[in-house]
Design a protein around this ligand. Structure first.
Ligand code: AMP
Length: 387
């Protein structure tokens, strides 16, 4: 369906109600739009800020009729929503990104095959459709390797690193216990020098906006921090941007996307994965860019002109994971943070603290990258004492 410009007052739907959905709704509200959130979890943070809230399962036929009757355009904040639902919705209103793009990206195998078919650089991989195929996949790729569920994995969940034949034996048993129809992808483990990512926005007319290249550090599969700009030379940053734009153009993607890269010691860039939505590594845009990734999502969903992506200052975004959030909940911790110049706290309003759960983040900003990095690293060090 064609995207005419939706005027303020329109209702924008978002599938998924996590923190990304809540930040989308906040941007939409500021711009005069109303939000409708659909997430079967009534505790999902975005429900707190939405004007309309849907908590039925995504498969509920009455729920989809009601949702479609209310929204004038829809987007998503999580790739694991049913593509079939997106396909049904896009016959009724603009859906950003489209169901075709979502189908390609929500399955790791389909995504890798697509990128490979477009000559985009990815790590070597093998498809595993039963536990028995695991050994031959690892034999072909060699140790170490990483096995990932084809669908539904996130934050290191459904992911195993294989370093020895005994790791393979153990994983064979786990995969053997999974239900039928499950698929996995085994990838060569990349000994990267650093991880980079780039946010790309593309509208219906094929116009792009691209954000600076950022550097990410993960711990146990979860994003620990993001530093912007990345410490790479201009040539590498330009190549990452070009690869990201090439990938999104090949997908004919409309929306906000994040391309994640491995940058190897010998200077190669490999695309690890592409997310069809704003990304945790793009949260810094809320505090140090003229237009944030969430405002871009509103703009592209409404058919508005895309916004400027200028970086106003260096920044480091630090996630508050699980129990770490307690460090900013106490009077002492919270006032220490709020008296740190340039530190901006974002809490997601999640009731339950669980290990590995993203509870909030802090963006450290300032004119000197070294000072911002030092403040963020000191903060992380102190977090370690809480967990
Ligand atoms: P993913 O869910 O694919 O983004 O993986 C989460 C994190 O696990 C990545 O950001 C990397 O730190 C690590 N990882 C995933 N795949 C690989 C790989 N093939 N080689 C090395 N590290 C990986």
């Amino acid at each position: 369906m064609n995207n005419r410009i939706l005027e303020p007052g329109a209702v924008l739907g978002v599938l998924g109600g996590g923190q990304l959905g809540a930040m989308f709704i906040a941007a939409a509200r500021r711009m005069g739009y109303r939000g409708a959130v659909w997430d079967p979890d009534p505790e999902a943070p975005a429900h707190q800020t939405a004007v309309h809230s849907f908590t039925t399962p995504f498969s509920d036929p009455a729920g989809r009729e009601q949702f479609a009757n209310i929204v004038q355009a829809t987007t998503l904040e999580w790739e694991n929503v049913p593509a079939e639902l997106c396909g049904w919705l896009e016959e009724r209103c603009p859906m950003r990104p489209s169901s075709v793009v979502l189908r390609r990206l929500q399955d790791r195998i389909a995504q890798k095959q697509f990128l490979l078919s477009r000559q985009l650089p990815v790590s070597s991989f093998a498809i595993v459709e039963s536990a028995r195929q695991l050994v031959s996949a690892v034999n072909r790729l060699g140790f170490p390797a990483v096995c990932k569920t084809a669908t539904s994995g996130y934050d290191g969940k459904g992911q195993w690193i294989l370093r020895t034949p005994s790791d393979v034996k153990q994983l064979e048993t786990i995969l053997g216990q999974a239900g039928s129809g499950r698929r996995w992808i085994v990838e060569q483990f990349i000994a990267f020098a650093r991880e980079l990512s780039v946010l790309v926005v593309r509208n219906e007319g094929g116009e792009f906006r691209i954000y600076p290249v950022v550097e990410n550090r993960h711990e146990r599969g979860i994003l620990r921090d993001t530093c912007v700009p990345a410490s790479v030379d201009c040539g590498v940053a330009e190549r990452a941007k070009e690869l990201a734009m090439h990938a999104i153009a090949a997908l004919e993607g409309i929306g906000v996307f994040c391309a994640e890269f491995f940058h190897t010691e010998d200077g190669n860039l490999l695309i690890n994965e592409i997310a069809p939505r704003p990304h945790n590594s793009g949260h810094y845009t809320l505090d140090v860019c003229t237009v944030s990734q969430f405002e871009q999502q509103v703009r592209v969903t409404c058919g508005l002109p895309l916004g400027e992506t200028r970086l106003l200052s260096p920044a480091v975004m630090v996630n508050l994971i699980g129990e770490e959030v307690r460090s900013v909940l106490s009077a002492e911790g919270s006032s220490a943070l709020h008296s740190t110049s340039g530190a901006v706290l974002h809490l997601y309003g999640k009731q339950m603290i669980r290990p590995g759960r993203k509870m909030g983040h802090v963006t450290f900003t300032g004119s000197q990258k070294e000072m911002v990095t030092a403040a963020a690293q000191q903060f992380i060090k102190n977090l370690g004492r809480v967990d």
